[in-house]
Write a protein that binds this ligand. Structure first.
Ligand code: NAP
Ligand code: MG
Length: 487
C-alpha cells in the first residue's frame, strides 16, 4: 500500500525580510558604493530583497574598521571575555533557530528539514565549541600564548550559508582575530541576519563586518593590503586565483575547495544501510556538498542488488517545496548551477554512460533537477572526474580492494570518502590507503565541530574545525608551522 503525504508547510511569518539591505561595517548599517542586486528564492524565483554590491572602497572601510577593533578592543580583551561573546552568540542562534532555518531555506532552496535539523544546530554548535577554546589556546598545540593574525578576510559559498559563516567566524573570534566576511552572492540573507545577532550580543563594533557582493567584492577583499589572512571556501578554480593573488605577500591562507568523493561498498557490507548511506551521501542538500559521495564504487558481486535497491529507494525521494517538512530534496540554488549540472550530465550521455532519473514531478517555477544516477561510467568520463555539485551519482564497479583504492584515488581531489563493510580490518586498511582528508565508515556526511575537516591535493590547504582548525588562525610560538594541509 502506498501512503501519500499531506503537505506540512513551515510558516514563513517568523522571518521579517527587509526590502533592501545595506552593508554591516563597524557595528552599523552603511550604504555601499557599488549599487544593488536582487536576491531570490530559487524554489519560486520570487525576489526576496535587494542586496548591496560591496565595492573596493566599501571593503577598504570594512578592513579599517576590523583593524581598529582589533588593535583598540579585541586584542586587549581577556580571552575569557572573548569566550563570553561567543557563548552569547551561540545562545542567540539557538533562540532564533527557527527564524534562521526558514530564512536559509527561502534563500538557498534547501529543505526546511535540513536547515532546521542540520545547518542551524551545527552553526550554533560551532560557536559553543569555539567559545570553550577562547581561554585555552595554550593547549591548541602551537606553543605557549599563541597570538592571532589580526584581521582575517573570509569568503564563503552558497551551499551552507550560515554554517560556513560559523565555520569561519567562530574560530577566528575565539583565537582573537577580527573579520571581514563576504557571503556568496546568491545567499546573503542569513549572514545579514547574523549581523543583527552580533548587535544583539553587544559584540564590540568592527569585530565582525559583513560585506555582500559578488566575486569582485571577494577579489577586493583578497587583494586588500590590510588583510593578514584569507580563509576561503569555494571552488578549486577560485582557490587557485586566490593562491596566485597572495603569492609573494605576507598573507596566509586556508582554502577549503572541491571534492569528488568515492563511496566504496564492499560485498560484505550491510546493503540496506549502505543504500541509505549512498542516498544521504549524494542527495543531502541537493548534492551541493563539497564532500558529497558523488562517485559510487560497488564491488561487482553485489552490483545488481545495490543498484536495484538504490533505484527503489531513489523513487521514494520527495522532491519539491523546500518549505514543506516532508520534502527530501529541494531546489537547485541558482539558474547558473542548474545549467552547470545540465551541461555535465549531457556530457555523461554523450560519453556513453546510461542515465536513470527518479520518476518525480518537478515544479514549474524555480530551478530543479531530479535525483539521477549514471551507470556504465568509466574513470575517463567527465562525470567521474569533475565535480557536478548536484543530485547526480556516477556508479563504477571494482573487483578487489586494491582496485577500489586505485579507482578511489584516481582524482585530483582528496576531500572525503566513505567505506561500507562489516569487517573492521578491511575498513582500517582501506582508510589507510585512501588519500582523503575525511573518511567515514558505515556512515556518511557526519559533521562535528570537534572534528577537523579538510582535504588533500586540489581539495585545499589547511583544516577547519577541531583543535587543528585553530592553527589556521594562530601564529605559532613553538616550531615553524605550515598552513598547507595534506601530505
Ligand atoms: P566559488 O565560485 O568559488 O565561490 C565561492 C565564494 O568566492 C563566493 O562567495 C564567490 O562569490 C567568491 N568569489 C568568486 N570569485 C572570486 C574571486 N575571484 N576572488 C574572491 N572571491 C571570489 O564557488 P561556488 O560556486 O559558490 O561554490 C561551489 C564550490 O565550492 C564547489 O566547488 C564546492 O566543492 C566548493 N565548496 C567547498 C567546501 C569545502 O569545505 N571544501 C564547502 C562548500 C563548497 P560569488 O558568490 O559572487 O560567486
Ligand atoms: Mg561562484
Amino acid at each position: 500500500m502506498e501512503f501519500t503525504y499531506a503537505a506540512a508547510p513551515e510558516s514563513r511569518s517568523v522571518v521579517d525580510i527587509a526590502p533592501s539591505y545595506k552593508l554591516f561595517i563597524n557595528g552599523d548599517w552603511v550604504a555601499g558604493k557599488g549599487g544593488t542586486f536582487p536576491t531570490i528564492n530559487p524554489a519560486t524565483e520570487e525576489v526576496l530583497s535587494k542586496i548591496t554590491q560591496g565595492s573596493a572602497s566599501d571593503i577598504d572601510r570594512a578592513v579599517k574598521a576590523a583593524r581598529n577593533a582589533y588593535t583598540k578592543i579585541w586584542s586587549k580583551l581577556p580571552a575569557k571575555e572573548r569566550g563570553k561573546y561567543l557563548f552569547r552568540i551561540a545562545r542567540i542562534l539557538q533562540e532564533r533557530a527557527r527564524e534562521f532555518a526558514v530564512l536559509e531555506t527561502l534563500n538557498n532552496g534547501k529543505p526546511i528539514r535540513e536547515s532546521r535539523d542540520v545547518d542551524i544546530p551545527l552553526a550554533a554548535a560551532h560557536f559553543f565549541y569555539h567559545a570553550g577554546w577562547a581561554d585555552k589556546l595554550d593547549y591548541a598545540g602551537v606553543g605557549k600564548s599563541p597570538k592571532p593574525y589580526g584581521v582575517v578576510g573570509q569568503i564563503i559559498p552558497w551551499n551552507f550559508p550560515l554554517l560556513m559563516l560559523a565555520w569561519k567566524i567562530a574560530p577566528a573570534l575565539a583565537t582573537g582575530n577580527t573579520v571581514v566576511l563576504k557571503p556568496a552572492e546568491t545567499t546573503p540573507l542569513t549572514a545579514l541576519l547574523f549581523a543583527e545577532v552580533c548587535q544583539q550580543a553587544d559584540l564590540p563594533d568592527g569585530v565582525v563586518n559583513i560585506v555582500t557582493g559578488d566575486g569582485r567584492t571577494g577579489a577586493a577583499l583578497v587583494n586588500h593590503p590590510g588583510i593578514d589572512k584569507i580563509a576561503f571556501t569555494g571552488s578549486t578554480e577560485v582557490g587557485k586565483i586566490i593562491a596566485r593573488a597572495i603569492a609573494g605577500t605576507e598573507k596566509k591562507a586556508t582554502l577549503e575547495l572541491g571534492g569528488k568523493a568515492a563511496n566504496i561498498i564492499y560485498d560484505d557490507a550491510a546493503i540496506d544501510q549502505a543504500v541509505e548511506g549512498i542516498i544521504n551521501g549524494i542527495f543531502f542538500n541537493q548534492g551541493h556538498v563539497c564532500c558529497a559521495g558523488s562517485r559510487l564504487l560497488v564491488q561487482e558481486s553485489v552490483y545488481g542488488t545495490v543498484l536495484d535497491k538504490l533505484q527503489e529507494r531513489m523513487a521514494k525521494i520527495r522532491v519539491g517545496d523546500p518549505m514543506d517538512k516532508n520534502t527530501d530534496l529541494g531546489a537547485i540554488n541558482s539558474a547558473a548551477q542548474l545549467a552547470k549540472i545540465k551541461e555535465l550530465t549531457s556530457a555523461g550521455d554523450s560519453e556513453g554512460a546510461t542515465r536513470w532519473s527518479s520518476p518525480c514531478e518537478l515544479p514549474e517555477k524555480g530551478f530543479w533537477f531530479a535525483p539521477t544516477i549514471f551507470t556504465g561510467v568509466t574513470e575517463s568520463h567527465r562525470i567521474a572526474r569533475e565535480e557536478i555539485f548536484g543530485p547526480v551519482l556516477s556508479v563504477l564497479t571494482f573487483r578487489t580492494p586494491a582496485e577500489a583504492i586505485e579507482k578511489a584515488n584516481a582524482t585530483p581531489y582528496g576531500l572525503s570518502a566513505g567505506i561500507w563493510s562489516e569487517k573492521s580490518s578491511k575498513i582500517l586498511w582501506t582508510a589507510q590507503n585512501l588519500r582523503a582528508g575525511v573518511i567515514w565508515s558505515n556512515t556518511f556526511n557526519k559533521f562535528d565541530p570537534a572534528s577537523p575537516f579538510g582535504g588533500y591535493k586540489e581539495s585545499g590547504w589547511g583544516r577547519e574545525g577541531g583543535r587543528h582548525g585553530l592553527h589556521g588562525y594562530l601564529l605559532t610560538t613553538q616550531k615553524s608551522h605550515s598552513q598547507k594541509g595534506g601530505k
